[in-house]
Design a protein around this ligand. Sequence first.
Ligand code: ATP
Ligand code: MG
Length: 252
Amino acid sequence: MTKVIAMAGKGGTGKTTTSALLTRYLLKKKETPFLLVDADANANLNELLGLDVDLTLGQIRKELKGELPPNVTRDQFMEMKIHQALIEESGFDLLVMGQPDGPGCYCAANQYLAMTMGKLAENYKYIIVDNEAGMEHLSRMNMRTIDYLLVTSDPSARGILTAKRISDITEPLGLEIKKQYLLVNRAPHPIPPALQEKIDAAVADSGMELGGIIPSSDVLINQELSGESYIDLDDSADIIQTINDMFDRIFS
Ligand SMILES: Nc1ncnc2c1ncn2[C@@H]1O[C@H](COP(=O)(O)OP(=O)(O)OP(=O)(O)O)[C@@H](O)[C@H]1O
Ligand SMILES: [Mg+2]
């Protein structure tokens, strides 16, 4: 069975960074093949992985509204286009959602999309969804069941509270979430006791377990600045060991 891992969290707290580091982790562990879905309208996961994007699902949805080539059904067209949009790498594929529907959604297109995505999903061991801030997207994507929700937070009292709110809102949205983890990112070392208290309180009072505390890291900042792929980060770096231990704990 394909397992879905989805990111959530306030803007700029590390969802895309976590997705890129998880990509690296799953490749090293040979937990392949997996599908990365960049569900951020302002796609940028590809940049952290050094990949170029030519075609997004948003563009396909637009094409589907127009005239199709003769003798092709909408299903066939959709399937063909999605395969064209898949960026195929060794061990994983990347699919970029792109811009969502504007007003006047052509809902049939979304249905075809959901159907094709459902079929596509079966090919993978994991599907990793990098979201934009906000939870609407997750409920829109027709992924009713999420095996692992990773909620990132900055290391502040309000940040932790926001993460808890995000976790709380999953239930009314009708998402079935099997496991959820709080990741406190860019944390100072050592963690100030007052922050630790907030973290403990949020975890005690929500469906989240503490997934890990990720320190602020120059290695990550420099890798992004250099434009090199996060997949090529070296195992010997402290930050990578911390991240690998964290994912070991979460996915063991
Ligand atoms: N542990 C870390 N140490 C240092 N820099 C980090 C760390 N985590 C993330 N960053 C940096 O913080 C910025 C925001 O991270 P990222 O893009 O992963 O957040 P996001 O949650 O995906 O943001 P958005 O909501 O805009 O999609 C990036 O420039 C990233 O390099
Ligand atoms: Mg992001």
